[in-house]
Design a binder for this molecule. Structure first.
Ligand code: HEM
Length: 410
């Protein structure tokens, strides 16, 4: 792979680099550099062995793809390998790539119709209400951390805060929010009991919809139910599942990566303590250097085309390499604390760009602030270089952050 290869067809390639090597290797920037040297800005990769896709690594190429939904669709019914029956029914790719009837997997007028309720409902959330809910959730989770011995800041904290707060924004009671959280973790983890877990999530949310029909409230569920663009309760349910699913892993990785930087990079710890950097600056730095969705799903080519010299065939899958694009030499250098600059691609851009940027920033900022406030002397128990990574082809974040800390009272 050391010689540039352009003009190749995905279907003819074998022995491609696995996409997950970019999220699990110790030095992703070096990996991106090698891939760029070998293939250019659009790189053939395997999602799973024998399941090829294109990784779009160029900042400009990603912008071009997301702005052209006619040729690069969000609708996974275009996926040729799926049409040809080459994706095994128990493939771990299906839960996140199989077609679903929601904004995420739609194009054109249908996308705009189904996206509007998400944008409108999220915009209608009061900052004070969100802040109170998030802070209470963070405090409750910290109160539950073990009093003695090492504390993991990922599974019992960073991974819990986003789902429990977004559930709270839907007016879902805490016990059911915790059940939804358990279902989502199991869904993404194993796959064996995926259908039963998915049915349980649907049943919980259907109950919430009925309760809100009977007694409307000032929350996301009622905003979804009242939105004229939702044609029936099935669409409301699909929008709820999408919102809960899209916010979970992204925000948890953002929180965990920011905590990791605070714990391992003395520049950050000292400058935040001294007031030279705000938490938002640290959050922004992570969005540049370690964007939560390192590799964003997916666009499908609707016709044969050429992108950065590569011949893309109709039905090929294209993964948006957001982390790679942030490090694109064309887009600027990486090795600096980049305060105030939000031109990164971490939230995507264009028609499908994340509609929850304000809410997720408030969740991540509050989660990090609360740790700094409640565990002020937290120290990592292992050397920075040994922090284990969560295995995923899409996100790159710590699997654990074991710290020793004295917990202060709320
Ligand atoms: C409360 C938390 C969050 C919620 C509810 C949420 C929700 C969503 C939804 C519903 C979409 C699909 C929009 C569409 O297809 O039109 C989306 C897209 C996306 N979100 Fe978020 N999100 C959250 C947090 C985050 C975070 C923290 C990140 C990363 C920093 C992120 C990155 C993205 C990206 C990259 C896309 C797709 C862009 C594309 O494919 O072009 N999201 N989000």
């Amino acid at each position: 792979m050391s010689t540039p290869v352009t003009g190749c067809r995905l279907a003819e390639l074998t022995g491609l680099p696995l996409l997950s090597t970019t999220t699990t290797c110790p030095a992703p920037q070096a990996a991106y550099r090698r891939l760029r040297e070998g293939w250019g800005q659009v790189v053939p990769v395997d999602l799973d062995p024998g399941i090829p896709a294109w990784l779009v690594m160029g900042y400009r190429e990603i912008r071009a793809v997301v702005r052209d939904e006619l040729h690069f669709s969000r609708d996974s019914t275009h996926w040729r390998l799926l049409q040809e029956g080459r994706i095994s029914p128990d493939s771990g790719l299906l839960p996140i790539m199989a077609p679903r009837d929601n904004a995420y997997f739609s194009d054109g007028a249908k996308h705009r119709r189904l996206r509007a309720p998400l944008v409108d409902a999220l915009a209608g959330l009061s900052e004070q209400h969100m802040a109170r809910l998030i802070r209470a959730t963070c405090d409750r989770l910290i109160d539950r951390l073990p009093a003695d011995g090492p504390i993991d800041l990922v599974a019992p904290y960073a991974a819990q805060v986003p789902m429990l707060t977004v559930a709270g924004l839907f007016g879902i009671p805490t016990d059911l929010g915790e059940r939804l959280q358990a279902c989502v973790i199991a869904l993404f983890g194993s796959g064996g009991d995926a259908q039963a877990l998915f049915a349980e999530m649907e049943a919980i949310l259907t109950g919430i919809i009925s309760a809100h029909r009977a007694a409307p409230a000032a929350d996301l569920t009622t905003a979804f139910l009242d939105h004229p663009n939702h044609r029936d309760d099935a669409e409301v349910l699909a929008s709820m599942l999408l919102t809960l699913g899209a916010g979970w892993e992204t925000t948890q990785v953002w929180i965990a990566q920011t905590l990791r930087i605070m714990l391992t990079d003395s520049r950050f710890a000292a400058q935040v303590r001294g007031g030279h950097l705000g938490i938002d600056d640290a959050l922004d730095h992570v969005l540049w250097t370690d964007p939560p969705m390192a590799n964003q799903l997916t666009r499908w080519a609707t016709s044969d085309t050429v992108l950065a010299g590569q011949h893309i065939a109709r039905g090929d899958a294209l993964i948006l390499g957001l982390a790679a694009a942030n490090a694109d030499p064309w887009a600027g250098a990486q090795d600096r604390i980049d305060t105030g600059n939000r031109a990164h691609l971490a939230f995507g851009i264009g028609l499908h760009a994340c509609p929850a940027q304000r809410a997720s920033r408030l969740i991540a900022r509050t989660a990090v602030e609360t740790i700094l406030h409640r565990l002020p002397d937290a120290r990592l128990d292992i050397p920075a270089a040994e922090v284990p990574l969560h295995p995923s082809p899409w996100t790159r974040g710590p699997a654990h952050l074991l710290v020793t800390a004295t917990r202060t009272r709320n």
